[in-house]
Design a protein around this ligand. Sequence first.
Ligand SMILES: CC(=O)N[C@H]1[C@@H](OP(=O)(O)OP(=O)(O)OC[C@H]2O[C@@H](n3ccc(=O)[nH]c3=O)[C@H](O)[C@@H]2O)O[C@H](CO)[C@@H](O)[C@@H]1O
Ligand SMILES: C=C(OP(=O)(O)O)C(=O)O
Length: 433
Amino acid sequence: MEEIIIQGGQQLHGTVQIDGAKNAILPIMAAALLAETGTTEIDAVPILADVFTMKSVLSALNAEVTFDQQRQQLQIDASQHLAVEAPFELVSKMRASIVVLGPLLARLGHAKVAMPGGCAIGSRPIDLHLKGLRQLGAKITQNSGYIEAEATKLIGADIYLDFPSVGATENIMLAAVLAEGTTFIENAAREPEIVDLAIMLDKMGANVSGAGTETIKIVGVQHLHGVNHQVVQDRIEAGTFMIAAAITHGEVLIKDAIAAHNRPLISKLVEMGVTIVENDAGVLVKGPAELQAANIKTMPHPGFPTDLQPQMTIAQLLATGVSVMNETVFENRFMHMNELRRMNADFEIEGNTLFLHGPAQLKGAQVDATDLRAAAALVLAGLVADGETRVTHLQYLDRGYYLLHQKLSQLGANIRRSEVFEDGAERPVLTAY
Ligand SMILES: CC(=O)N[C@H]1[C@@H](OP(=O)(O)OP(=O)(O)OC[C@H]2O[C@@H](n3ccc(=O)[nH]c3=O)[C@H](O)[C@@H]2O)O[C@H](CO)[C@@H](O)[C@@H]1O
Ligand SMILES: C=C(OP(=O)(O)O)C(=O)O
């Protein structure tokens, strides 16, 4: 079994380089299916399990995909005849594969995609994706675990989302770019990854405006072509390192970090006593001698991101006083807390609200990751705990962080990733793939 093993207590110092965003590359790979001519070349591709899963989904759909890991570059040629069906074995591995529904429907007039299951952090229905595609004229049926969408022609529509769902906004954008006429998505998601997708689509020949605001306008075009695109930096990975610097009393430059993408996190860290310097090189984070308690509520962007909630609870646990964390986006995203209790954390959960009593003196323990950001939170806890922490179930971590342990080690953490055998012997793991 692979484990990340940490001896807590080291301050982090230095500069860290952040990879391209997982939540941007996945819809961008789906967008490449829309290019009837040319090859799509994507740079700054993060080397993540989810990228390999999406690569398999695109290959199953007959696109030609090559991934040069050395150069972190993907080449996708979708000019040939595509298949309509994204199989269950792949879709069930990763919810985000549902975003191939929109482009397949737009390109082929027919798509069959396995229904993504619920997952640990919440039930995650896709009703808003389907409602939007229906409004564009698709006939949608659900049979034997598959969603089938058909349309002889998609027609632009005014679509209001009950909630600014990231995936629904993306799926609708990816279908509406080839629809006849104009589509407005109101109460659209405003995340930076939506903006990155719109930039990519416009380069492909689409006409998308308003991404990053609550109304996105899409004027349909007849044809899209392959382009070159560089994926935006991962604000969640950047934020994870900002928290790591803050809790270890460290001083870390998050190279080229886009402060505007992490405004809600930066503002909370400042409230907790962290010094933040924004300059041309990126964002410099200096942890204080003592963190102060702060109350946080997760919200769709530009609110505090749910994907930084588990990591931020570590800073709250270490802060002096009682901090509150209110999770409003997913209904089951406090699973890391049970593991933290074994590390001496003091807290209560009431519904979707967490009360954290600090400052905690965390103690090293063996802890199991339950999902991607829980894994990151447990690694952060290990950095500040007394003694040794061992984090297992690293397949979750590999969905969203490439070589987190190596980056932390370069900043001075005492951390390693090893395959640990039954007799306790260890073999170092240098790369995840
Ligand atoms: C690959 C990717 O980009 N993943 C991100 C994306 O997920 P994802 O796109 O799945 O997240 P959504 O914004 O769609 O979901 C947010 C909330 O809306 C609900 N909902 C969503 C769609 C729908 O049709 N009906 C519905 O009720 C969900 O159950 C959830 O409670 O945004 C989330 C919220 O910022 C992030 O945590 C994920 O990291
Ligand atoms: C919840 C997340 O991702 P996904 O939507 O891919 O499960 C995440 O990145 O924290």
